[in-house]
Write a protein that binds this ligand. Structure first.
Ligand SMILES: Cc1cc2nc3c(=O)[nH]c(=O)nc-3n(C[C@H](O)[C@H](O)[C@H](O)COP(=O)(O)O)c2cc1C
Length: 328
């Protein structure tokens, strides 16, 4: 069956969608379309630790998300994404954080549609790689469909044909980044309407999809869906994705092999990165559980001592006792 590879996307999440998380996600789902965290263009071009940040390890399909607003820099970033074997480079036009606004990129760019078009054009021209954007539906408190439509109309002149839409406005003053993911109301209707006007562009719906009951029907209505916090809180949800969203006949077997394979991977990277970053893809699910104090204390002490085998066996014990409800 010819199913859109972006039918189910895992959203870019700073501090979470690291190469380690993507490894875990890929163990759980062979088909989900993954994203890196947002990497500022200057970090991509000049950081000495670039390799650690944008390592890909062939966990394709993966998009590298970049933050920036200078066409020349972004063109270079597109070449880097190609060299690192990413499937796509995605421009962040949705992040409302103060630091990102100060840098003149992210959601702030929704007010600069011509500049966004120029950035995308430079990226499209510089490398043989898919270029896309992730944006909001507007800026400020009021909904304004014409504003959204004008923005899309301009940016797709760059030649891009994939747009991920976090279907709420960004409020750039007086609201934290976190609250910008909950306070501005969702408006999926704008995504439905824009798709009708530009049927040849893929619009992937993002925002507030927090259960499988919501995800499945939406994936049938829209070109694809993108999910962030549901996966951040419970990556094991991904074990159902290939079967449900890509109609594969094989299901990921839910057993301790997942933990073993993941630890094999991080074992090879033990002294290259912090223990927290290596383990954080797993920690969230276990830390989020109620009545779990003893496990948290044990884990924290073994993490401190970098005793990887003890950490692994703690996770395996936890898994074995089926203390987590994995029936989604
Ligand atoms: C911890 C965290 C970090 C995020 N970092 C990014 C990022 O780097 N780039 C981006 O475009 N969006 C980022 N987002 C926003 C998500 O990609 C997504 O648009 C948002 O969470 C709404 O989707 P959800 O309701 O499924 O979580 C982040 C969200 C979270 C929770």
């Amino acid at each position: 069956m010819n199913i859109n590879p972006r039918k189910f996307c895992v959203a870019p999440m700073m501090g979470f969608t690291t190469p380690y998380a993507r490894k875990l996600y890929r163990i759980l789902s062979k088909r989900a379309f993954l994203f890196t965290e947002m990497v500022p263009s200057k970090t991509m071009l000049y950081s000495k630790t670039r390799n650690l940040i944008i390592e890909n390890n062939s966990e394709n399909s993966v998009a590298l998300q970049v933050g920036g607003a200078e066409p020349n820099e972004l063109a270079e970033c597109a070449k880097i994404a190609k060299n690192y074997n990413y499937n796509e480079i995605n421009l962040n036009v949705g992040c409302p954080s103060k630091a990102v606004q100060k840098g003149g990129f992210g959601a702030y760019l929704m007010n600069e549609k011509v500049l966004v078009r120029n950035c995308l054009e430079a990226m499209v021209e510089s490398a043989d790689i898919e270029v896309s954007i992730k944006c909001r539906i507007g800026i400020g408190k009021e909904f304004n469909y014409d504003f959204f439509c004008d923005f899309i109309d301009e940016v797709i002149k760059s030649g891009i044909s994939i747009v991920y839409v976090h279907a709420r406005n960004a409020i750039l003053t007086g609201l934290t980044t976190k609250n910008n993911r909950t306070v501005p109301p969702l408006n999926y209707d704008f995504v439905t309407r824009i798709k009708k006007e530009y049927p040849y562009v893929q619009f992937i719906l993002n925002g507030g999809i927090d259960s499988i009951e919501k995800a499945l029907p939406l994936s049938r209505i829209y070109d694809g869906i993108m999910i962030g916090r549901l996966i951040q809180n419970n990556p094991f949800f991904l074990s159902n994705v290939d079967h449900l969203f890509y109609k594969t006949t094989t299901e990921t077997k839910f057993n301790e092999k997942i933990i073993i394979e993941y630890f094999q991977y991080i074992n090879e990277r033990l002294y290259k990165d912090s223990m927290f970053r290596l383990l954080s893809p797993l920690l969230n699910i276990f830390f989020g559980l109620p009545n779990n104090k003893k496990f948290k204390t044990e884990i924290q002490s073994v993490i401190k001592n970098r005793k990887i085998d003890e950490i692994k066996s703690l996770f395996l014990q936890f898994f074995d006792k089926k203390q987590v409800n994995f029936n989604f």
